[in-house]
Design a protein around this ligand. Structure first.
Ligand SMILES: NC(=O)c1ccc[n+]([C@@H]2O[C@H](COP(=O)([O-])OP(=O)(O)OC[C@H]3O[C@@H](n4cnc5c(N)ncnc54)[C@H](OP(=O)(O)O)[C@@H]3O)[C@@H](O)[C@H]2O)c1
Length: 298
């Protein structure tokens, strides 16, 4: 199956390339700016004509959550209009799309994990731009899987785990928000889940009930402080300083964008429909840290 991945340098795009190397049957072509620029519709059409994929994965996005508050036009241009342009061109080729979205489409007031049919209500510009992207993708291409994921981290890219590792080497203690709950998701685990979905919807006659919106994040749940404490614990035998993690409230760490207090995702529908369940978040930390520390120490 030939897959076009938009977002060449991103965390998920990189992990998809790695995952396709160890699984049979996927010919993954990643394309990023300037060859495939979501703000330039002509490049979108050219990329499709050049690759003629069986399936599109949109892993490109404006992901700077705080910066988006002061640059909503750019966030909407990429996350809504760019996503729609990609999905529409794919539709012209009768090509299905897996479109990545976020837990930040929710306002965080629910007490339990969110299911796909729960009321959305993004608290940030980024969340709104991703929600509008979901709606635009649905309208542009009926053959869509919208996969909401959360709190991504990998040994590469910009993410919380890498920030904690850097700060643990620089500071005597870490003050980390302890009143936001979510599912820290290891990107290589997500990439394998995405390829498993791809194999099923790319089949000659995919089940009619497969199109729609899904939640796909790591098993289990924690806070940013809990995530940080686990990073320090797992990193210690690999030489990471065992600095204390001091839990703080959201108000004590002012940032531009409001985050939901609860953005835990219930991923039952994904397991039921595709037989795909991501490993527990702690397993991701165990796999990621030795790799990161090894790679950054050489
Ligand atoms: N990161 C998270 O914690 C998180 C959480 C929930 C959901 N998600 C969603 O998961 C998906 C993958 O996230 P990620 O963490 O892998 O993102 P990422 O590492 O920030 O990568 C995003 C990629 O999008 C590309 N991009 C930005 N603007 C573009 C444009 N105009 N045209 C083409 N490409 C463009 C960037 O290219 P450049 O390298 O050229 O800048 C970058 O390679 C996104 O849909 C994101 O919204 C992420």
């Amino acid at each position: 199956m030939k897959i076009l991945v938009a977002g060449a340098q991103g965390q998920l795009a990189r992990a998809l390339v790695d995952a396709a190397r160890v699984r049979r049957g996927f010919d993954v072509v990643v394309m990023g700016r300037p060859q495939l620029d979501l703000r330039d519709t002509a490049t979108v059409a050219q990329a499709f004509a050049a690759v003629e994929p069986d399936l599109l994965i949109n892993a490109a996005a404006y992901t700077a959550v705080d910066k988006a508050e002061s640059d909503p036009a750019a966030a909407l241009a990429i996350n809504r209009d760019g996503a729609a342009a990609l999905a529409a061109v794919a539709d012209g080729y009768a090509c299905p799309v897996i479109h990545l979205s976020t837990d930040y489409v929710f306002d965080g007031t629910k007490a339990e994990p969110y299911v796909e049919s729960d009321r959305v209500g993004p608290a940030s510009v980024y969340g709104r731009s991703k929600l509008e992207g979901e709606i635009a993708v649905m309208a542009a291409n009926a053959r869509h899987v919208i996969l909401r994921t959360a709190w991504l981290y990998a040994p590469y890219g910009l993410n919380f785990l890498r920030t904690v590792v850097r700060l643990a080497r620089e500071r005597p203690q870490l003050r980390i928000v302890a009143d936001q709950w979510g599912n820290p998701t290891y990107v290589p685990h997500l990439a394998h889940a995405v390829l498993s979905i791809a194999a099923q919807i790319g089949a000659a006659a995919p089940g009619a009930g497969m199109w729609g919106t899904y939640h796909g994040a790591a098993g289990g749940e924690t806070t940013w402080a809990g995530f940080a404490a686990e990073i320090i614990r797992v990193g210690a035998p690999h030489g990471l300083p065992t600095v204390p993690v001091v839990p703080i409230a959201t108000d004590e760490y002012p940032v531009a964008a409001r985050r939901p207090a609860n953005s835990r995702l219930d991923c039952t529908k994904l397991a039921r429909t595709f037989g795909v369940r991501l490993p527990p978040w702690q397993q991701g930390v165990e796999e990621c840290l030795p790799r990161l520390i090894r790679e950054t120490r050489v």
